[in-house]
Write a protein that binds this ligand. Structure first.
Ligand code: ASP
Length: 436
């Protein structure tokens, strides 16, 4: 049986919901349906989830979410009316309004888009609705309770009819609602797929799947047909944003394939994400992703290599400052630490530098900003020669100065650091070298 998750664009309009309905009804295996909150109907539109966060902000400021909830009410009431449903959406919205006015965190508010979306979808399909709060559980410390959740979800595996589950949230032991991070309905879909033992987890979105690289930087890049879980992790971490990066964790336990599909182009096979891509014809490089906004702290100290515990002392300083480290390229007498600017927000970097000075007394230490990281990812590179040569020749010919190089020991990726001003040219040059 198939578990299918439909994203916000698929749930946004009457036409898209009808399209979702026809996809589900065309295959009786599609029995478990996970939905996002309605997304944007046109580019300047606002996603329901963002409207709900705004409703919570309104209640914090004015004691009630009256104005924002009125806008949300209009969207859901109109949607239900145009779909010809008899369900009383006003009654549901009244309940949500009361809940937001009484709640003490934004999570309850944010989760209601998925909840109301599931009410609508179960009416459209004539499927039962299963509230995610009843099966998706968190521990008291706020972490996801995967085993309890799996037990609860697995009870529904043998249900004869179809079931709709709202994405994005679950329940804490104290009964309050908690959401996953943004885009978390993808994760809900993966949890349900594992729990009910799906043959495939279909993730229906508004693109044909993953592309080799960012289409904003390279015109019409090639489509990725098949990808491994590991490759997906690398690419999503570096910025490819088709699927929530945590989505593979539940499904990889039972090696359930994920199939990214396009609701608006259902004939396309999409991208298949598997535990292992052996037996598939895979290129040397599967994907190229990257992100700007990184900072490097570079240290130099004579005889650093002989000083036992040097790296540990430096990294302990970062740990004390609560910093997560991206990369640590080292030389005999040099060590660099690459940090993301997002993680550095609100942190005093001069204080970090002072503390490192105090810990290891380097001969030289400096901070450089504006580093872009680019990951060239693919299992195919482990068995082929010349990948690094092709990559660095392409960057050299494009006139790009490479500031950092890091290759994981599994030969799944090569990461290069370039100046942000060279980022776009680098991506283009690397893509052309491998795919043109
Ligand atoms: N609606 C939520 C968001 O906008 C979750 C999701 O769509 O996956 O992030």
């Amino acid at each position: 049986m198939k578990v299918c998750k439909f994203g916000g664009t698929s749930m946004a309009t009457v036409a898209s919901i009808r399209q979702v309905q026809s996809i589900i009804e065309s295959d009786p295996m599609r029995k478990f349906i996970i939905v996002s909150a309605p997304g944007k109907r046109f580019s300047e539109d606002t996603k329901i989830t963002d409207m709900l966060y705004a409703a919570y902000a309104e209640k914090l400021e004015n004691g009630s979410c009256r104005y924002k909830i009125a806008e949300i009410r209009t969207r859901f009431v109109e949607l239900a009316k145009e779909l010809g449903l008899s369900v009383d959406m006003n009654k549901y919205i009244d309940e949500v309004e009361k809940g937001i006015n009484e709640s003490t965190t934004a999570d309850y508010a944010a989760s209601r888009g998925e909840y109301l979306s599931a009410v609508i979808m179960s009416e459209v399909l004539g499927f039962k609705m299963l509230d995610a709060a009843d099966v998706i559980k968190f521990k008291a410390d706020g972490t996801f309770d995967s085993e309890l959740t799996n037990d609860l979800v697995s009870k529904y595996a043998k249900e004869s009819g179809g079931i709709v589950v709202p994405g994005f949230y679950g329940r804490m032991p104290d009964k309050t609602i908690k959401t996953f991070t943004r885009g978390g309905s993808d994760f809900t879909g993966a949890i349900i797929a594992r729990g009910v033992g799906a043959t495939v987890y279909e993730n229906w979105t508004d693109v044909n799947g993953f592309m080799v690289t960012d289409p904003r930087l390279v015109n019409n890049p090639k489509h990725i047909e098949v990808l491994s879980y590991e490759e997906l992790r690398e690419l999503s971490y570096m910025g490819a944003s088709v699927l929530h990066p945590d989505s593979i964790f539940p499904v990889q336990i039972d090696k359930i394939p994920i199939n990214i599909r396009n609701t608006f182009n259902p004939e396309m096979p999409g991208t298949l994400i598997l535990d292992n891509t052996d037996g598939y014809k895979i290129p040397k490089v599967t994907g190229i992703a990257g992100r700007k906004g990184n900072t490097t702290i570079s240290l130099k100290k004579a005889m650093m290599n002989a000083e036992i515990g040097f790296c540990r002392k430096v990294l302990s300083v970062l740990e004390r400052h609560g910093m997560s480290v991206e990369h640590v390229p080292t030389g005999i007498d040099t060590m660099s630490i690459v940090l993301s600017d997002a993680g550095l927000k609100g942190v005093d970097e001069n204080k970090i530098v002072d503390d490192i000075r105090g810990a290891v007394n380097p001969d030289h230490i400096e901070i450089t900003h504006s580093l872009a990281l680019i990951a060239v990812v693919g299992h195919g590179m482990a068995n082929s020669r010349g990948v690094a040569a092709t990559l660095f020749t392409a960057l050299y010919k494009a006139g790009v100065n490479v500031r950092m190089i890091d290759q994981g020991s599994s030969e799944l990726n090569i990461i290069v650091g370039v100046e942000e001003k060279d980022y776009n040219a680098s991506i283009k040059a690397i893509y052309n070298a491998f795919f043109d």
